[in-house]
Design a protein around this ligand. Structure first.
Ligand code: ZN
Ligand code: ZN
Ligand code: FE
Length: 759
């Protein structure tokens, strides 16, 4: 039967769009597009997405469909777009209808977005009413995740509800053709948040003066406090390190603009794109040889962690001084970032000389994200501002699972349908403050997405505080079930999910520490498997860690333990070796007893620790202040021109065993031949790469995933990827979540989902 329409050439089109489509100027964009094409109808937001009905001639409707995805606002992400053709019903105009806040909350919460070019121009235009206003924003930029209290994203559901818009702001807010139409944090000097420094009339000027004087300024920013200090002033940087305390760990730098950044770092076109992106992460970049920076900013480090200003306040600060500044998280070592100006003086009072605060409440914390380029592609090392809480899209819907992550670099994850939401970086669960932040983030996620998990996935380590927390939730039979996930299996599953792969891979999962299924500490593992299951097909030859966790900060202990494996008691007499000399004779005897009896000396197959041991052997620092420091030192001294490698024997048993004995013997021989540490380091790295290739070839799995904290080493990850490609393997690297333990929560969700399917 032929359908007869009132006007055969007029039609109505209904669209349902899901993704990151709120708080990015999506509705005004639709309004402009529709009116441009002389279409009538409406657009509305609800808790799941954007709904549109447009009417007009079919050629115009077709144009509308073509232009929508190509001209959409820059910060929006369309996950799905469904269309239905309907009968014409005669709308007389196009209108933006009021949001509907009922129904399940599946619309994506947007991350905070760096200041856009339009807003930046206004801030530095003396004729503009927002001249020098530090809280300028629009629908294309500004705070989102850190001010949202509930969904849908509207001003009354954000911490901007405390500020009533003035007439000028209200007019912008209501005009569909204005850049600030429904920009929820819209504000100006008349009606919006203000800066404050206690006892000073001009907060910005006082802060700039303090920075010029080499003072430490605590600055309340977007997702928390920064501690800022002149990055060219060695004495000032030393004071910051002393007070925080932060002995050796590199400090992040904020540069005024790209031009200043180029004087500090080498910036490739890809790096420029990342630095100037809406995410605006801290990017690890090769240091310029003549960079004008205090040498204690990133001691012995080949890289500088650099970011550009990402809020109007940062732009004002950086343009007010003519030097780059250190901008490190406003916390004490191991604690989460401070977000509250009431709490800041208590927590940071002995660190900062001045507090630059403002009265826009921060709803949840958000550290700066850290990224780098591996094989010319971006990889996150810390996933927070700009990225969280955007989800990883899974190929199919998952049951609702909460994953509580690992112990260090903790993040949590929650699956809702096809989305796996990963929290912002929480940190090391070592302090009461960190545990409070961990619990707050979990409660926040469950509330934000109105979810009740059916299962909680946790690490197998019985002593992790996250594991204990998970077990405490098991209060009655109706509580979510608990699913323990092996640490390195989670790394492998995270890497697969990060790449959208549901199949099998050989996971080269190398890190510092992870609880193994046999109760020993794993960390040099080759796991063959998928999300559902794995087989440990190869691993590093185990050794003992005298003193357990103490050995993480004392590479000399690892070196001694390695020597002990080869030479027993006589290892302690080899006084020509730096790690032996680093212990007094009495200490050596104590260590010998521990190693002899295995007392307080857990067994490990950790590659991270092998790095530490080798670093100590060749005379790098015998004691360090953070995990990974020795490995970084070892990486940065390596001679790039050396291509030969030490031998690592691969022994066939139940599993393949990577025996480091020949490697260690060669290192000792080279040391006694006075071979340069730079050459020894290069040969060591090359040996590990060749071991990876040999195992991959022996196992025969075409797809190899490189994951775990050890792959934050450029020399290791890039050489391994290149060599694996050369011999015909497909290599999976991380992109959306970090290769370190920050990615564990994603892996835990995916493994737990696979386990639930099996039951
Ligand atoms: Zn803007
Ligand atoms: Zn205003
Ligand atoms: Fe790990």
């Amino acid at each position: 039967m032929v359908k007869i329409l009132a006007y055969p050439h007029q039609q109505r089109l209904r669209l349902e769009i899901h993704g990151a489509v709120q708080g990015v100027g999506f509705r005004p964009f639709i309004y402009r597009l529709a009116t441009d094409l002389a279409l009538t109808g409406w657009v509305i937001n609800d808790t799941q997405g954007v709904f549109i009905e447009v009417e007009g001639t079919s050629p115009h409707l077709t144009r509308f469909l073509e232009r929508l995805p190509t001209e959409k606002p820059p910060q929006s992400i369309i996950h799905s777009l469904e269309t239905t053709w309907l009968e014409w019903c005669g709308f007389d105009k196009f209108e933006i209808r009021h949001s509907d806040s009922h129904g399940p909350k599946t619309v994506l919460v947007l991350p905070d977005i760096a200041t856009c070019a339009d807003c930046l121009a206004e801030i530095f235009d003396p004729r503009n009413r927002r001249y020098h206003y530090p809280f300028t924003n629009c629908t294309n930029c500004g705070p989102r995740f850190t001010i949202i209290e509930a969904l849908p994203y509207d001003r009354p559901n954000s911490s901007m509800r405390h500020f009533v818009m003035c007439a000028a702001c209200q007019t912008e807010y209501e005009n569909p053709l204005d850049r600030r139409f429904h920009a929820q944090p819209n504000a100006c000097p008349t009606c919006g948040p203000q800066l404050k420094v206690e006892g000073c009339s001009n907060a910005l000027v006082s802060s700039l003066n303090a920075l010029r004087d080499g003072k430490i300024v605590a600055v309340k920013g977007l997702g928390g406090f920064h501690l800022m200090v002149d990055a060219t002033n060695t004495e000032a940087v030393a004071r910051l390190r002393d007070r925080k305390p932060r002995r050796d760990k590199p400090l992040a730098i904020m540069a005024r603009d790209l031009a200043q950044a180029r004087t500090l770092c080498q910036i490739s076109p890809q790096a420029e794109t990342m630095l100037t992106s809406a995410q605006s992460p801290i990017l690890l970049l090769p240091r310029q040889p003549n960079a004008h920076l205090a040498d204690n900013v990133a001691p012995r480090n080949a890289n500088i962690g650099l970011m550009l200003p990402y809020t109007p306040l940062h732009h004002l600060l950086l343009r007010g001084v003519n030097f780059p500044i250190v901008a490190t998280s406003g916390n004490l070592t191991d604690e989460p970032i401070c977000i509250d100006e009431q709490e800041a003086p208590q927590r940071l009072g002995h660190v900062a000389d001045l507090f630059l605060v403002h009265n826009r409440p921060i709803v949840r914390h958000g550290d700066d994200s850290v990224a780098w380029l591996v094989m010319d592609k971006p990889q996150l090392l810390r996933r927070a501002r700009g990225y969280a809480p955007l989800p990883i899209l899974f190929p199919r819907p998952l049951p609702t699972i909460l994953a509580v992550g690992a112990h260090l670099k903790n993040s949590v994850a929650l699956s809702v349908g096809q989305h796996i939401f990963i929290s912002q970086h929480i940190g090391d669960l070592e302090t009461a403050e960190a545990m409070t932040a961990f619990e707050r983030v979990i409660a926040d996620f469950l509330q934000l997405y109105e979810s009740t998990p059916i299962a909680i996935a946790h690490d197998m380590h019985p002593d992790y505080l996250s594991t204990r927390w998970a077990k405490e939730q098991r209060i009655n039979p109706e509580s979510p079930s608990l699913i323990p996930v092996q640490h390195h299996h989670a790394h492998l599953a995270a890497c697969l999910a990060d790449n959208g792969i549901e199949g099998t891979a050989l996971g080269v999962t190398w890190d510092g520490t992870g609880y193994g299924t046999d109760g020993t500490i794993w960390g040099g593992e080759f796991l063959l498997g998928d999300a559902a299951d794995f087989k440990r097909v190869a691993h590093l030859r185990p050794f003992r860690l005298p003193g357990g966790d103490i050995a993480i900060k004392e590479p000399r202990r690892v070196a001694l333990a390695l020597l002990w494996e080869l030479y027993g008691e006589s290892a302690l007499a080899q006084e020509d070796l730096a790690p032996v000399r680093a212990f007094r004779p009495a200490e050596r005897r104590l260590l010998a007893q521990m190693l002899n009896k295995g007392f307080n000396s857990p067994i490990t197959s950790s590659v991270g620790r092998l790095f530490d041991g080798v670093a100590a052997l060749i005379g790098l620092p015998q004691q360090v202040s953070f995990e990974g420091q020795a490995a970084m030192d070892l990486e940065f001294i390596a001679d790039r021109t050396i291509s030969d490698a030490y031998a690592i024997t691969i022994m066939q048993g139940d599993t393949l065993l990577l025996d480091w004995q020949p490697l260690l013997e060669s290192i000792l021989a080279d040391l006694r031949q006075k071979v340069e540490p730079a050459i020894i380091s290069a040969r060591f790295h090359n040996a590990l790469v060749e071991a990876i290739v040999a195992v991959a070839q022996a196992v025969g799995e075409p797809r190899v995933a490189l994951t775990g904290g050890c792959f934050q080493n450029r020399r290791l990850v890039e050489r391994a990827a290149q060599r694996l490609n050369q011999v015909g393997h497909e290599v999976l690297l991380h992109h959306q979540v970090p290769p370190n333990d920050g990615g564990i929560s994603l892996g835990q969700v995916v493994v737990a989902a696979a386990q639930l399917k099996k039951i």
